[in-house]
Design a protein around this ligand. Sequence first.
Ligand SMILES: [Zn+2]
Length: 418
Amino acid sequence: MKKTLILIILSFLTANLFCQEGKISDYNIEKAVYYLASEELQGRLPSSKGDSLAVDYITNIFKQANLKPLFETFYQEVAFKDMESITMNSKQAGPKNKFSRNIVGVLEGSDSILKNEYIVIGAHVDHLGLGSMMGGSRSKETNKVHYGADDNASGVALMLDLLKKFSTSPIKTKRSIIFIAFACEEKGLIGSKKFVEELPFDSKQIVAMLNFDMVGKLNNNSIKVGGSRTSKESEKIIKKYAKKNNLKVTLSPSGIAPSDHASFYAKNITVFYVTTGADSTYHTQYDTPDKLNYEGMNSVSSLAYDIANDVANRKNKLRFRRVAETKNKGHMSDVKITLGIMPDVTGSTDGIKAENVSKGRPADRAGMLTGDIIIELNGKKITDIYSYMDALGTLKENQTYKVKIKREGKTKELKIKL
Ligand SMILES: [Zn+2]
């Protein structure tokens, strides 16, 4: 009697282990954002409890959608150096090695030949935890949960919404689709770099990568799509579906930017970087779920679905092209040269506004002030964060460069030594 009871309990438990909670058809963007950006997840700092909970949540939805792991499991281990461990314990020789995970699943294409080509749909899941200057927080207070609702619970929620749309569609796409939640983006695109370095197939088999980073603040139906010139066909495709979805679109040609698609572009892969842009809550404790435009997210999802569906089914694959060659061919590590300013990434001005000039760093030494707007760097016009990143990519250490700025309406030239 006892044995039977144990068996019944055991089989009940295992059934629950393998049978996932919920159905993919019940998936909802708003619910996903509210969970991922909840108090419980504590800002999803890589390697934290909140990070693990986010990973479990996403894995569960991958299973509901019957995705197949791309690797042996859904996980790809991502190692990173915890720079903050040095300051917390000064006796320690170097930064501690810590680990997080990319979560990777595949929805197989229906065409016997084209299924060996892939569209990658990705978004980073990590954020800043309790925030710190070193970790990239812009907050003046310390130890506040940085919820990261827009950055980037919104992107993950959108990626999962596309997973729902594609996995429940009666017509499968011809090419296969890889869904991925990247780890450690905020620490320097570590998860996406790891992924492109360790592909189990030739990188040429990836036809395009769609990246969602901050897609929750659609305003005035205006969306930005970066990488619009990274294939011969991209611009036409983006414009076509923006019009269909009643969205006004601002195109940025380059594939270089401070987000995960840059890792793919560096491998000569066409990218679509979909974002609604940053605002004043960016990297602060005020980036909370109540401030997102969920109706807007449905429009963004619909646009992204149309683009991905087109690219996944078209007869010929997109023809990749590089936009502006930088000397170092777009290695993001080379873009890490900074002037020591916090650029205003909201795109509210023409040029890049220096929101914060760090004492003793190159910009400060050159006499740059908070509020100055950089309009030219090393002879290159600066119109937005993309052109700024492109220009940074051309700079070398220990060299002096001319920077044109606008201060109180007047143009000035500074000489900046790196
Ligand atoms: Zn982000």
